[in-house]
Ligand binder design. Structure first.
Ligand code: NBG
Length: 754
């Protein structure tokens, strides 16, 4: 097809042309043309089809990625350039879909890209949130939450005309299905992401994100993760989950019938993947639907168990969902007798109370139901799977040893290297060809190129170019000035105590005081943060307030600001990550060992030539093994030590505070008059109190070693040739973390598609 002709005629129908169209019009026209091309492509075919059920799909902007996968990107860039504009300018008009929160949702999006690119039959199933998680506003020194609308008259959503009836206790509700096309990389395949929505969605709330959570019929798809600190909010989450899985299960059965198969053959022709516990109710719901069709309970439960698989994404207790049965009774009474029967079934396999589906207070443990009634269960990095099987889910692993396996997470190199870092992608392709785009392991060929010194020099120049590009993006979009000659030290991820942004803030204070005493660094350092805090998570919001206060304090201090900057990027999302990651020198992966299941930004940074500063947690362990100890900066207590400290109640931050005057000084500074003058006093006081009295995620335990390791890392940065070799080693060994590899493993060992 000729992109230019299609574009011209689409613009013509809009009453304009390539030379006169505004960026908005060009975006709309390109979107329409791209969508039409996608609609002509077919989903991957095969006997067995996957349905990937997830509460989140953090797909990011789609225009560039889709043009790339369709093989139209170069043409689009050329056409726009010939008419005096650029794709960069046009894509800035694309609102980013607000369909996810963090790594869990981005992983689901990378997986959809890999599934389509590998030509495997598999669709995503989720919800069409209108206002997403929220839009973050930092203008007043604290995080304020606003709705984040993204659905415009021209969007990637396609109205399918299909809908399903979801039987809630309060009456039926219709689930309308929209599709987003998921093109594979240059293979003619186009799979789908199915998103269910209510018929009559509510408009955005006027102020902030508060809304009437009891108005289920209109608000069900308003926000991702409604505030669960109230009963109504918790109920709404169950409404959302049941809506998604009931409509999803009906879609699966109707497609099975369309393909000419019987419900009893479900396990032969379908694989259902449960991404974390949010879609767990698909198990009882599918059994209910099969029973409605006349199948006896035992047979239905067996078929469903052979069909479903479950991934666990966290060991944090707060995220392992348990719902009071009375809530489920109210929302989805149809599955209550089935869950009770499943509980009996589980009890017939083990009388260990720790593995019960329903506990003594009549609460349903979603993860327990998943492990009993899925045929496969996996963790997302080697260490995480080890911790799951050896401690968190040990009784389950003993009961079902063959169900458990590890599937280390991955990222799609097409979005995170080819699209996000075109300069690096070009440099790599010039050296080793473009095979790495579909086989990222080929990146290791970079280690045997003849001109290694020239290559590392080029990597350095590309990094510098990307840092300048980030500086101008920050200036243009957020009014933030940074110096591209400084070291870019970046921590971007959800704001959470276990990820320990607060420990990084302590480093900033230590460094501030150090510089004030006359110890100026060889080169200025720019510490960059980006993170959203869950609206009901007070301490996480307080940590944002701390970072904002520090940012102001440093900026206002002429003795320090030439040497240190602290930047908090507003409204972190996929688009921001695409600007930040290619420009990073240092990748901060400093979670408390044992707490980060995997991490995936660590992989994106690595592939883009940043050097990791981190703990031996999650996938960092595998990164360390691949790059070798001289190409990563590790510090901190091991996961075994941390687990032991929790078991023995052996951690007391107060003792550390008393015995480490240097760190104590940094902590006390949080409530110093200087800092209080720059920020929200109540928030700073709460952060301070938590540090000395609780510090549940042990930031103080690792803080001293963290500061020392970061200083060593910054000093090493000055040996530019050696740093260039570290960058090269990181890029060249990152191929293991391709989501194509991860998906092949899921397919070979769990799904068996095609
Ligand atoms: C997150 C983990 C990350 C992991 C992603 C993807 C949740 C519940 N879990 O460590 O915190 O990389 O899942 O697996 O968001």
């Amino acid at each position: 097809m000729n992109l230019e002709t299609s574009l011209a005629s689409t613009l013509d129908a809009m009453g304009t042309n390539l030379d006169q169209a505004s960026p908005e019009q060009l975006f709309c026209a390109l979107l329409r043309v791209t969508r039409d091309v996608e609609l002509k492509q077919k989903p991957a075919q095969g006997d067995r089809k996957l349905y990937y059920l997830s509460a989140e799909f953090l797909i990011g902007r789609l225009l560039r990625a889709n043009l790339q996968n369709l093989g139209l990107l170069d043409d689009a860039e050329r056409i726009l350039a010939e008419h005096g504009t650029s794709l960069a300018e046009v894509e800035d008009r694309e609102p980013e879909p607000s369909l996810g929160n963090g790594g869990l949702g981005r992983l689901a999006a990378c997986f959809l890209d890999s599934i389509a690119s590998l030509g495997l039959p598999g669709d995503g199933v989720g919800l069409n949130y209108h206002f997403g998680l929220f839009r973050q506003d930092l203008s007043q020194g604290v995080q304020l939450e606003k709705p984040n609308p993204w659905i415009e008259p021209d969007s990637w959503l396609i109205e399918t005309g299909s809908s399903f009836t979801v039987p809630f206790g309060s009456g039926d509700l219709s689930a309308r299905m929209f599709d987003i096309q998921i093109p594979g990389y240059k293979n003619g395949v186009c799979n789908r992401l199915h998103l269910f929505d209510v018929i009559d969605p509510a408009p955005a709330p006027e102020n902030g994100i508060a809304f009437d959570a009891s108005d289920v019929a209109h608000q069900l798809t308003s926000f991702l993760y409604p505030d669960d600190s109230t009963e109504e909010g918790r109920l709404l989450r169950i409404y959302q989950q049941y809506f998604m899985v009931s409509a999803g299960a009906q879609l699966i059965l109707s497609e099975l019938a369309e393909r000419g198969h019987q419900p009893s053959e479900l396990d032969r022709y379908v694989a259902i993947h449960i991404n974390d516990t949010h879609p767990s109710m698909v198990i009882p719901e599918m059994i209910r639907l099969l029973m409605e069709d006349g199948m006896p309970f035992d047979q239905a439960a067996d078929v469903v168990e052979r069909t479903c698989a479950y991934t666990n994404h966290t060991i944090l207790a707060e995220a392992l969902e348990t719902w009071p049965m009375r809530f489920i009774e109210q929302v989805a009474p149809g599955i209550v007798p089935i869950i009770r029967k499943l509980d009996e079934r589980a009890r017939s396999r083990s009388n260990d109370e720790r593995v019960a589906v329903i506990d003594s207070s009549d609460c349903v443990h979603m993860a327990h139901m998943d492990v009993h009634f899925c045929h496969a269960v996996n963790g997302v990095a080697a260490l995480h799977t080890h911790i799951l099987t050896s401690s968190e889910m040990r009784p389950f692993a003993e009961l079902y040893p063959s169900k458990f396996s590890n599937k280390t997470n991955g990222i799609t190199f097409r979005r995170w290297l080819l699209d996000a870092n075109p300069a690096l992608a070009r440099c790599i392709t010039e050296r080793i060809g473009d095979g790495w785009v579909t086989d990222a392991q080929q990146l290791s060929d970079l280690l045997s190129v003849a001109d290694a010194d020239a290559l590392t020099g080029e990597l350095e120049a590309i990094k510098q170019h990307n840092k300048r590009a980030l500086a101008s993006w920050l200036q243009r979009t957020q009014g933030i000035k940074v110096d591209p000659e400084s070291v870019f030290d970046i921590q971007i991820k959800r704001m959470h105590q276990y990820k320990r942004q607060q420990m990084n803030a302590l480093y900033a204070i230590w460094k501030y005081l150090h510089i004030k005493r006359g110890n100026v660094p060889t080169r200025p350092v720019t510490m960059i943060f980006a993170a959203k805090a869950a609206p009901a998570y007070e301490l996480a919001k307080d940590t944002i307030a701390l970072l904002l206060a520090l940012s102001r304090l440093i900026e206002q201090d002429p003795a320090v600001s030439p040497w240190l900057r602290l930047v908090m990027v507003e409204n972190y999302n996929v688009t921001a990550a695409e600007h930040l990651i290619p420009a990073a020198d240092i990748s901060e992966q400093i979670s408390l060992a044992s707490k980060e299941a995997s991490g995936t930004s660590n992989m994106k940074f690595m592939a883009n030539g940043a050097v990791t500063l981190g703990t031996l947690d999650g996938a960092n362990v595998e990164i360390a093994n691949l790059v070798g100890r001289e190409n990563i900066y590790l510090f901190g207590r091991s996961s075994e030590e941390v687990i032991k400290l929790y078991e023995t109640d052996g951690y007391h931050p107060w003792d550390l505070w008393q015995h480490d005057p240097e760190m104590a000084e940094a902590i006390d500074f949080i409530v110093s008059p200087e800092l209080l003058a720059c920020g929200n006093a109540a928030a700073l006081a709460r952060v301070y109190r938590d540090f000395v009295a609780k510090d549940y995620f042990m930031a103080l335990l690792d803080a001293r070693e963290y500061v020392a390791t970061k200083e060593r890392c910054l000093a090493d940065y000055e040996d530019r040739a050696a740093w260039g070799r570290k960058m090269l080693m990181n890029i060249a060994t990152s191929g293991f973390f391709s989501s194509d590899r991860t998906i092949r493993e899921y397919n070979d060992e769990i799904w068996h598609l095609g």
